[in-house]
Design a protein around this ligand. Structure first.
Ligand code: APR
Ligand code: PHB
Length: 389
């Protein structure tokens, strides 16, 4: 088989890239290790930057997002039983859109099916071959048969645990990592959200976040230990702990109910440099991970897609290879800023092991400065709503 671009991974990065390429008349095959149903069962964050909404529009898949997404032009920060609001649109003329990543992925799969794009599911043993030559290929096993796909370029959109990153030789690749000494316990619940905007809370008992999917579906998180298990948390325990970590004014309003999903996620910052090697490009979680505190995971994947799509379009349509040559440099410049913001939000809002009372007062002073100071608020707003591409 031959195609122009092989995309490894049918998560949001691979699907969005695939749709943009299709619309530009560039032929791509997507290889996904799981089934579509499995990919759509994963619950992830739900805050979309304007840039990602723009890419969804450009890909022609933004109709439902426009109808069902909620535009938020501010957020609540809480600490020490107090809270304040940052109005993003005082500093940047764009809101964020609350719309679940699962829905983004569903819309992209539906669109790919509509246009008849080739997606192979349940592929195994994916191997990238001859990537530093003019004739790269990807081999894999699918339905018990071995398949070899020859191509011009390979896009590694296969997430943190994929194979693409490993195709960059170890003596070329540099990996930067920070593992945080805690996780997030998340609950999805069929209840109205406690507040119409997100509430990020620093508490002496640990971080908490109140988020939502729609007016009857809430998403809450509390910081927990890395070793913790969901078996240790009954629904009642979760609600009690959440209430202790958010200001009383919110705790009093909280509507509790059955958890329809409960999971624990570790927190990690990770970057791989470079993000390209020969004819291979890394995109999204394959190249970088952020802790979820700034809601930057999917959004940073989207900015990679933007740079990569434009580079490939320039190559195929304008016959200009300057974009493909500079992809890694361009993508990484923005990735590191998203890393910095996510690290800063995480550091300011979580309780760290061995953190002294002094350290906690410093966090509160930082939050108080943010409450009082327009420049500090502007910095948060500009980064949260999303740096330009
Ligand atoms: N072969 C084929 N597919 C693979 C392989 C492989 N060897 N390894 C992994 N995959 C698939 C996974 O099954 C998954 O569906 O690649 C996909 C990667 O998807 P994600 O992990 O979701 O990564 P990405 O598409 O970059 O999405 C960006 O934003 O909010 C964050 O982490 C969150 O997933 C989110 C990410
Ligand atoms: C979510 O809604 O799941 C969510 C929102 C904001 C974050 C992280 C997760 O920072």
């Amino acid at each position: 088989m031959r195609t122009q671009v092989v995309i490894i991974g049918g998560g949001p990065s691979g699907l969005l890239l695939g749709q943009l390429l299709h619309n530009a008349g560039i032929d791509a095959v997507i290889l996904e290790r799981q089934t579509r149903e499995y990919v759509l069962s994963r619950i992830r964050a739900g805050v979309l930057e304007r840039g990602l909404v723009g890419l969804m529009e450009q890909a022609g898949v933004a109709d439902r997002l426009k109808k069902e997404g909620y535009e938020h032009d501010g957020t609540i920060m809480a600490y020490d039983n107090r809270s304040f609001r940052i109005q993003f649109t005082d500093y940047i003329d764009k809101p964020v859109t609350v719309y679940g990543q699962t829905e983004v992925t569903r819309d992209l799969y539906d669109a790919r099916e509509r246009v008849g794009g080739k997606t192979l599911f349940l592929v195994e043993d994916v191997v990238i071959e001859d990537i530093t030559t003019e004739n790269p290929a990807v081999t894999c096993r699918v339905d018990g048969e071995t398949l070899r796909i020859e191509c011009d370029y390979v896009c590694g959109c296969d997430g943190f645990h994929g194979v693409s990153r490993q195709a960059i030789p170890a003596d070329v690749r540099r990996e930067f990592e920070k593992v945080y000494p805690f996780g997030w316990l998340g609950v999805l619940s069929d209840t109205p959200p406690v507040n119409e905007e997100l509430v990020y809370a620093n508490s002496e008992r640990g971080f908490a976040l109140c988020s939502m999917r729609n007016e009857n579906l809430s998403r809450y998180y509390i910081q927990c230990s890395q070793e913790d298990s969901i078996d240790n948390w009954s629904d009642a325990d979760f609600w009690d702990e959440l209430k202790r970590r958010i200001p009383e004014s919110y705790a009093d309003q909280l509507v509790t109910g059955d958890a329809i999903e409960k999971s624990i996620a570790p927190l990690r910052s990770f970057v791989c440099e470079p993000m390209q090697w020969g004819k291979l490009f890394l995109c999204g979680d394959a190249a970088h991970i952020v802790p979820p505190t700034g809601a930057k995971g999917l959004n940073t994947a989207a900015s990679d897609v933007h740079y990569l799509f434009n580079a490939l379009r320039q190559y195929y349509i304008d016959k200009d290879s300057s974009g493909v040559e500079s992809y890694s440099i361009k993508a990484l410049a923005r990735v590191w800023k998203a890393e910095r913001f996510s690290w800063w939000m995480t550091s300011m809002l979580h309780r760290f092991p061995n953190q002294s009372d002094f350290d906690l007062r410093i966090q509160w002073a930082e939050l108080e400065f943010l409450r009082e100071n327009k420049s500090a608020q502007a910095s948060l707003a500009i980064n949260y709503v999303g740096l330009p591409y």
